[in-house]
Design a protein around this ligand. Sequence first.
Ligand SMILES: Nc1nc2c(c(=O)[nH]1)N[C@H]1C(S)=C(S)[C@@H](COP(=O)(O)OP(=O)(O)OC[C@H]3O[C@@H](n4cnc5c(=O)[nH]c(N)nc54)[C@H](O)[C@@H]3O)O[C@H]1N2
Ligand SMILES: Nc1nc2c(c(=O)[nH]1)N[C@H]1C(S)=C(S)[C@@H](COP(=O)(O)OP(=O)(O)OC[C@H]3O[C@@H](n4cnc5c(=O)[nH]c(N)nc54)[C@H](O)[C@@H]3O)O[C@H]1N2
Ligand code: SF4
Ligand SMILES: [Mo]
Length: 597
Amino acid sequence: MLRLQARVRRASAEGPGELKRTASLCNGCTNKCGLWINTKDGEFATLDGNPDNAESAGTLCARGHGFAQMTYSADRLTQPMKRMENGDFEPISWENAYAEISEKLTMIIAENGPESFAFIRDGRPAIDWYAPRFVAALGSANLYTHGASCNLSSQSAYRATIGGGFSADIANSKMVMFIGRSYADGITPSAVKAVADLSESGSCKIVMVDPRYNNTCNFADQWVPIKPGTDLALVLAMSHVLISEELYDKDFVRDHVLGFYAFKKEIEQFPPEWASEICGVPAETIATLAHEMAEAAPAAVIEPSWRAAFGCAHQNSFMTGRAVAAFNALLGNYGKEGGALLSSSPSLGELPADKFPNPPAAQVGRVGNAEYPLAAPGMGTCLAALQAALDGKMKAMFFYQSNAAKGYANPKVWEEGLANCELVVDIDVQMSETALLADYVLPECSYLERMEVVTPHGGKHNTLTLRDKAIEIIHPETKPVSQIFTELSAALGIGQYFDFTIEDLVEAQLASVGASLDEIREKGVIELPSTFEYGTPKTFATPSGKVEFFSVTVGRAGLSPVITWQDRKVHPEEGEFYFVGGKQAVHSHTMTTSPIT
Ligand SMILES: Nc1nc2c(c(=O)[nH]1)N[C@H]1C(S)=C(S)[C@@H](COP(=O)(O)OP(=O)(O)OC[C@H]3O[C@@H](n4cnc5c(=O)[nH]c(N)nc54)[C@H](O)[C@@H]3O)O[C@H]1N2
Ligand SMILES: Nc1nc2c(c(=O)[nH]1)N[C@H]1C(S)=C(S)[C@@H](COP(=O)(O)OP(=O)(O)OC[C@H]3O[C@@H](n4cnc5c(=O)[nH]c(N)nc54)[C@H](O)[C@@H]3O)O[C@H]1N2
Ligand code: SF4
Ligand SMILES: [Mo]
């Protein structure tokens, strides 16, 4: 665990000396909240939320404040480490680490093909730029996020049903239903503020569907306790009410839905009384919720949720995601004020090909694509890579900023899979459980000590944000991700794809949209032209261009093409309990909780 409190070394924010501020993004979790890092005499002093950041709007959570201190933590990795035959780790120079890793990886790929190498990471800006390039330059397509332990199922379901993700326009909603999503526990600070403001305004009915009374229930008008893993029954029954009582948006369905009649027929068998038996929510409550949502539509929405309820946890998570997307379609709320807004992201322009040549696309498919054809392509399923390792086919695995062996569930199986590999490399800031199973551990400098690629954000505003370097590197043998990939690639003979500094890259990215480094440093954000406007989308990015209540693609993958009931896989025996997982507001996954000695 990164021990933060006792070892804080902060320049006093008060007293003589000027505070210098540097634009950055928090690295305490996936949210990437915008920050100003205040330093004095080269040391971290304080940080402030950046009010110009369109997503976090100046808000930060307690973790964000505390996490900055990790830079000075005594538990940081300070030099590259190599696991010896007896299992102990010993320091190794960067030069030797690069040389040994390169030799082993080159041999593995030569003997077993590029499909025997996989890269798994927590999808964040820098690595999202470097890893695809690195993996492709080696001829592999095996790039995965940690999504299989987060929201791969719901994201894949939204992709199959509406062509991509969506957000809930809660500030303008008259009724919002959260299904297993707690802003105040699985914190997004700006969202906590939004839901608190909404609660105070009294203009919106907030419904919280959760087996436990989570911390966001304090802002809710109604808590709907439900049996874990049965949310699909609730959503199908609410759909049944809308359709059987003709309360759905008929114009939207006529123009934008594929498979409505198949779905209508299918869910005749799923009235509230049926669902009540399964999910434990009284039939009258289900019917009333459906009536109220219809009344408030189109300014009514089921929020997309994130992890626990149907992000990945249950066998029916994918089907639940489809049903949620379909219910929103019945409300006719896509693109509408207070409804469900389709996700979008601005693109940067092309980078000059002479300086930033693109590696050719891999000739082999990604391991797992055949077995899991519905997995969102930007994520893939790392469980397929693990299975290949267990089967002896995946020989080399790289991890970046992700602790699979502790946090992705089934740690013993990960341990077994990694033990089967001939080469495991982990890039981390501390000796995580995955690092402990690696052959080489490469220490990154902390996020205060590095500049990273520019990050585009979409939504109502199109913006670019920057994580800039706020302080000099403290431990001289730690390096930023950009430098690690440039140097490792050179050792691997693929250096031509990384022959630039991070400053070159950031400047080229900014130039591609007519912006400059000085400009983004001044506000920490650059506003790009916005294309957002309310209104029903003309088309959805699905094969039919419609919201697919019936999907040929899903049918081909061996699942029911029409959205229907599917049970959770495991049920407690008599005398056993359901296991419900959830975030704690003060912790970030394993990185603040796992005991490392
Ligand atoms: N029981 C349970 N399991 C869960 C969850 C849960 O709620 N309960 N949540 C799930 C979810 S939603 C997710 S997204 C996953 C997340 O799972 P992971 O992606 O594994 O995230 P963490 O556990 O936070 O591990 C992040 C790792 O990155 C390292 N790190 C921190 N800063 C840096 C840096 O600057 N550079 C580098 N290179 N490394 C850094 C940390 O030391 C840590 O080892 O966990 C999932 N697992
Ligand atoms: N404090 C903190 N905040 C974080 C993170 C963190 O590590 N720590 N990580 C970030 C990340 S990566 C993510 S993915 C998000 C996750 O954000 P959330 O998805 O909101 O987080 P969870 O806490 O995993 O789950 C939310 C709620 O789902 C409930 N739940 C569990 N099972 C079920 C079920 O079957 N049905 C229903 N209806 N409810 C259920 C739990 O009781 C919990 O209150 O949080 C982000 N914010
Ligand atoms: S939610 Fe908290 S920990 Fe996560 S990025 Fe924002 S401030 Fe950092
Ligand atoms: Mo997550």
